[in-house]
Design a protein around this ligand. Structure first.
Ligand code: PYL
Length: 288
């Protein structure tokens, strides 16, 4: 997973309305509705107001990313929830969040980023949330993925979960990854096809989910291609943007929005150490 940098996220706090306008123009829905669509909820089904959200800076590993916790709060406030950054970091910050009545606590170290639902003892993680958020964006942009060819670039954690999600929705998924082992593992687990030549695969793709940090040459992008791009950093140049019908990308917002709604829905993790599917049976059924 690529570590975010300040330059990628520093303007999130003041650009949420612009983000919505972009999504409405490309998908016909705003971030809040995309997040609810991703977890198969109707607009009125989840009350996001009066949910108190804390974001706790975590200093482990490479340490705090300036504006990261504030960016998380900007997204949750934009959804209609509360959002505050704790004064303390790490365990003291978590204790502060609980003491200050947080319903949800967002925390990220270098490896894991979760939204912990204090009331339910459940959590939603960024990897799966990002994957289903961008799969939902692709599905909306395509008008459904069943029976359609979709190329997933990058079989890492987000890419693998996206392959699983897209396959479960009936898409014909093919994979490219510079790491042949990762691609082969995804093929074995999800039955997707591995493409041996990334350039040919991308040139022939009409629907792409780019979950890699790779820079994709614009001339490889087919005219009218639909692209959902959770990969960080953003991998497309203006030539690729001109060729594509639509490219959906942001460094953090979509993933955080799905974490927020998923962790308050009836579907998030049943236990902190659960290896069960992210969603409960109830939402898994909805997702089919
Ligand atoms: C969650 C993001 C999405 C892409 N890469 C992931 C990343 O950058 N993870 C590291 C997050 C570190 C946050 C730091 C803080 O400011 O609390 N521990």
């Amino acid at each position: 997973m690529t570590r975010l940098t300040v330059d990628l996220i520093e303007d999130i706090g003041r650009s949420m309305e612009k983000r919505d306008a972009d999504l409405i123009q490309k998908l016909g829905m705003n971030l809040r509705d995309l997040a609810l669509t991703a977890i198969c909820y109707d607009r009125g089904e989840l009350d996001l107001n009066n949910i108190r959200v804390a974001s706790v800076p975590v200093t482990s590993g490479e340490g705090v990313i300036t504006t990261f916790s504030n960016s998380v709060c900007a997204v949750t406030r934009h959804l209609g929830m509360d959002g505050f950054v704790t004064v303390n970091s790490d365990v003291a910050g978590f204790a502060e969040a609980i003491s200050d009545g947080a319903d949800l606590v967002f925390m990220a170290d270098d490896d894991q980023f979760i939204a912990y639902n204090v009331r339910e003892g459940k959590y939603a993680d960024n990897t799966r949330s990002t994957a289903i958020g961008y799969c939902a964006a692709l599905e909306v942009a395509l008008g459904g993925v069943a029976g359609k060819d979709v190329l997933v670039i990058g079989a890492g954690r987000v890419g693998s979960y996206a392959i699983k999600r897209l396959s479960s929705k009936g898409a014909n998924v093919s994979i490219v990854d510079v790491d042949a082992t990762a691609a082969e593992s995804a093929r074995k687990r999800f039955g997707a096809r591995v493409e041996s030549c990334p350039e040919d695969a991308i040139r022939n793709a009409t629907a792409i989910l780019n979950a890699s940090p790779a820079i994709i040459p614009g001339e490889w992008i087919a005219e009218g291609a639909v692209i959902a791009a959770p990969g960080v950093p953003y991998g497309f140049d203006e030539f690729g943007e001109r060729n594509a019908r639509v490219i959906i990308h942001d460094p953090l917002q979509i993933g955080v929005a799905i974490m927020a709604v998923w962790s308050v829905s009836y579907s998030s993790h049943s236990s902190p150490m659960s290896e069960l599917p992210m969603a409960s049976v109830e939402v898994l059924d909805r997702m089919r």
